[in-house]
Design a protein around this ligand. Structure first.
Ligand code: CP
Ligand code: NVA
Length: 262
């Protein structure tokens, strides 16, 4: 496990998942590796592939993952990049299935930075499962044309709504999802984002607009009082702690899927 950025859930859930499956994992910050002294990503991938059964990496630039995957002969798992966070979405969709029994047709509104890694992965997965996907973000923070194009390629009939109005996006919705306003690596934009995002806070008023049986998800870590209120994250509609637990179960399944037969 290579980490260029901090992590609580991804690190611990992968470590415990591997242990409980009877395997072993290594935590390596990029500083611990010769990567930090200029060894290429390609050479690192080639060498690690001779020792390990899989590589999980959390990186700044998505191209780092692509370079790892191109040169590794073992599976490379995205543990979050600036572009996607797919392991998170495995846990999220397991949580939605536990609640509603199905994914197809379920309405999900992502409220916040619609261009971030979590929003991107949610959109692609929502397209795969034919969900009713809505995004509410301020101008300038809406999903990129590139991700929308990819989602439409996956599912030409994808039901997608992109709006600046959080009340429009969450009207009658079954799942409200939010994430931090400032992702890792964007810290210098934090002040500007704090000025733009307050209308997109997930609070009790926004929940009243949703379906009666709405559930609230957040990938965590949360900035309580910014993108979500204490009342909502600690309230009866929150499934945030089940969602965090599901990282462990979903990633065990992913590891078995990737490593079975080896
Ligand atoms: N949700 C998530 O990936 O959390 P960490 O940053 O703690 O791994
Ligand atoms: N969008 C957040 C997710 C953290 C798990 C970030 O990249 O910091």
């Amino acid at each position: 496990m290579i980490f260029e950025k901090p992590s609580t859930r991804t690190r611990i859930s992968f470590e415990v998942a591997m242990l409980e499956l009877g395997g072993h994992s290594l935590y390596l910050s990029s500083r611990d590796l010769q990567l930090g002294r200029g060894e290429t990503i390609g050479d690192t991938a080639r060498v690690l592939s001779r020792y390990v059964d899989a590589i999980m990496a959390r990186v700044y630039s998505h191209s780092t993952l692509e370079e790892l995957a191109k040169n590794a002969s073992v599976p490379v798992i995205n543990g979050l990049s600036d572009w996607e966070h797919p392991c998170q979405i495995l846990a999220d969709f397991l949580t939605i299935k536990e609640e509603f029994g199905d994914l197809q047709g379920v309405s999900l509104a992502f409220v916040g930075d619609g261009a971030n890694n979590v929003a991107n992965s949610l959109m692609l997965a929502a397209a795969m499962y034919d969900m009713d996907f809505r995004v509410a973000s301020p101008e300038g923070y809406q999903p990129s044309e590139e991700i929308v194009k990819l989602a439409k390629e996956i599912n030409p009939n994808f039901k997608l709504t992109i709006t600046t109005d959080p009340f429009e996006a969450t009207k009658g919705v079954k799942v409200i999802y939010t994430d931090v306003w400032t992702s890792m690596g964007q810290e210098e934009e934090a002040q500007r984002r704090r000025e733009v995002f307050p209308p997109y806070q997930v609070n009790s008023k926004l929940l009243e607009n949703a379906s009666e049986d709405v559930i609230v998800l957040h990938c965590l870590p949360a900035h309580r009082g910014e993108e979500i209120t204490d009342e909502v994250i600690d309230g009866p509609r929150s499934r945030v702690w089940d969602q965090a637990e599901n990282r462990l179960h979903a990633q065990k399944a992913l590891l078995v899927f990737l490593l079975e037969g080896k």
